[in-house]
Design a protein around this ligand. Structure first.
Ligand code: BGP
Length: 489
């Protein structure tokens, strides 16, 4: 009989998460090629979602490559993890991390994406990072690519719009699997696959204005999605062949959506939004395109170009777990005038009057996390891993200290709901808070939007000593981990 748990399981994986392009810097060091993220300029925003989409046009890209744009590109500098990884990992270890989610910069390994041989210096860098993690008994969770594709593949064939991207991605996958075999147990082929629907450049190196499908933005996004789904399934196959003991799952941005009212039309809209969000695990965990998507494709004029054998690839190579980011909940309405809009994780939403907002106007909804965990587990019955959650906020250094009770409060309330979900019966295996060390924001490239337990002395314009300072939340999270989620005060 199923035994109701009363808290976090003993082997629960507590930790933190970062992405190569937001922490490493050293964008042109040791043979690294340029990536899509290196081409995203500083574009600050706080209270609107107007410029939230980090899309780049072909004309902008040309200017950025010729470097005559006078723009500042903070992701190129990151927070210098490339040279400070030892110090940073020692701080993660001090907090007691069991797991650290990081990503591998694809253009560090294949600078142009289509090179004959991988770049040994790039591979050696991650060897050293894994050595350091092993030293402290921290399990790496690797996102194989987190929003950064070699720019050459964008210029050559418009990223994942082209089926050729699958082959180039798999060559990269094979190299890293063979190299890090036995050292990495948890893998995710891509970060937030569903963000293709909002930001195709960021998610898949696709520039809409040069797309061969440019008359139908839905076709662009879902064709590129299909290629990433096939690439994910084939990476899963490869991973199992090379490392039968490893676990590989899919990673999505979870957009938990409430209907704005009890009106049936709003409820129906919420159902449709939910279907589009779980479409990705439907394919990668259940192994096929779900029935509902075909009507949607028909109505949007989407005609996926599949190859013979694609359905079989998806059916036979399903993932072991669902990893997801959770920051907020969304509201669905059928009303053409949806009311006050607020900002969010690459996608905005109508404001939910019951929720407070962060400094960047993202709704805060800890109970929504419990709802989402139950909903995903009920539907897919595979282990779940929360690989991003956290509060982007302004922090102030006072007498060498950072007091961040707002961050502690945010995380505490989310962890409480995770515990409730575990008691509900959800198989939750780990939690990595986003930006465990301050990093460059993905959406706005701001440094002032801080998520970390560790403060990094650098401002939005790249000024600062890069000194690391433990915030109050650092000591708090250490206690949380030590007590396996029991001591949240
Ligand atoms: C997710 C991304 C992260 C990240 C986070 C927070 O979508 O996977 O890379 O940064 O959102 O977003 P932001 O940095 O825009 O606050």
């Amino acid at each position: 009989m199923f035994k109701v748990k009363n808290g976090f399981p003993e082997n629960f994986l507590w930790g933190g998460a970062t992405a190569a392009s937001q922490v490493e810097g050293a964008y042109d060091v040791d043979g690294k090629g340029l990536s899509t993220s290196d081409m995203v300029p500083y574009k600050p925003m706080e209270h609107s979602n107007d410029n939230m989409k980090i899309e780049v046009t072909s004309e902008q890209l040309k200017a950025y490559l010729e470097d005559d744009s006078k723009e500042y590109f903070p992701k190129r500098k990151g927070v210098d993890f490339y040279h400070r990884y030892k110090e940073d990992i020692a701080l993660f270890a001090e907090m007691g991390f069991k797991v650290y989610r990081l990503s591998i910069a694809w253009p560090r390994i294949f600078p142009n994406g289509d090179d004959k041989e991988p770049n040994e210096a790039g591979l050696a860098f991650y060897d050293k990072v894994f050595d350091e993690l092993e030293k402290y008994g921290i399990e790496p969770f690797v996102t194989m690519t987190h929003y950064e594709m070699p720019i050459n593949l964008v210029l050559k064939y418009n990223g994942f719009e082209s089926r050729q991207a699958i082959d180039d991605y798999l060559r990269f996958a094979k190299v890293i699997f063979k190299r890090y075999k036995g050292r990495v147990k948890y893998w995710a082929p891509f970060n937030e696959l569903n963000m293709m629907l909002t930001s195709p450049y960021t998610c898949g190196g696709v520039i809409s204005d040069v797309s061969k499908y440019k008359d139908n933005e839905y076709q662009i996004k879902y064709q590129a999605t299909h290629h990433q789904l096939i690439a994910s399934a084939l990476a899963t196959k490869l991973c199992r062949e090379i490392m039968p003991d490893a676990k590989i799952g899919c990673m999505i941005a979870r957009l938990e959506t409430y209907a704005a009212t009890s009106k049936p039309e709003d409820q129906l809209q919420a159902l449709l939004d939910e279907q589009l969000n779980v479409f990705y695990p439907e394919v990668l965990i259940n192994g096929k395109y779900p029935n509902y998507i075909w009507r949607y494709f028909k109505e949007k004029g989407i005609n996926i170009e599949m190859e013979p054998g694609d359905e079989e690839i998806l059916r036979e190579n399903t993932g072991d777990f669902i990893a997801f980011s959770y920051y907020m909940t969304y509201m669905a309405t059928a009303n053409p005038e949806p009311g006050v809009q607020v900002s969010g994780n690459l996608v905005g939403t109508s404001q939910n009057p019951h929720l407070e907002l962060t400094d960047w106007d993202w709704p805060i909804d800890p109970i929504g996390l419990r709802i989402t965990l139950n909903r995903l587990y009920d539907r897919f019955k595979v282990p779940l891993f929360i690989v991003e959650n956290g509060l982007g906020a302004h922090d102030k250094v006072e007498d060498g200290k950072v007091h961040d009770p707002y961050r502690i409060d945010y995380l505490r309330r989310h962890i409480e709901q995770m515990k409730e979900a575990i008691i509900d019966g959800v198989d939750l295996i780990g939690y990595t808070t986003w930006g465990c060390i301050d990093l460059v924001s993905c959406g706005t490239s701001q440094m002032s939007k801080r998520y970390g337990f560790i403060y990094v002395d650098q401002d939005d314009h790249g000024n600062g000593t890069l000194e690391r300072i433990r915030k109050d939340s650092f000591y708090w999270y250490k206690k949380v981990i030590q007590s396996n989620g029991e001591d949240l005060e």
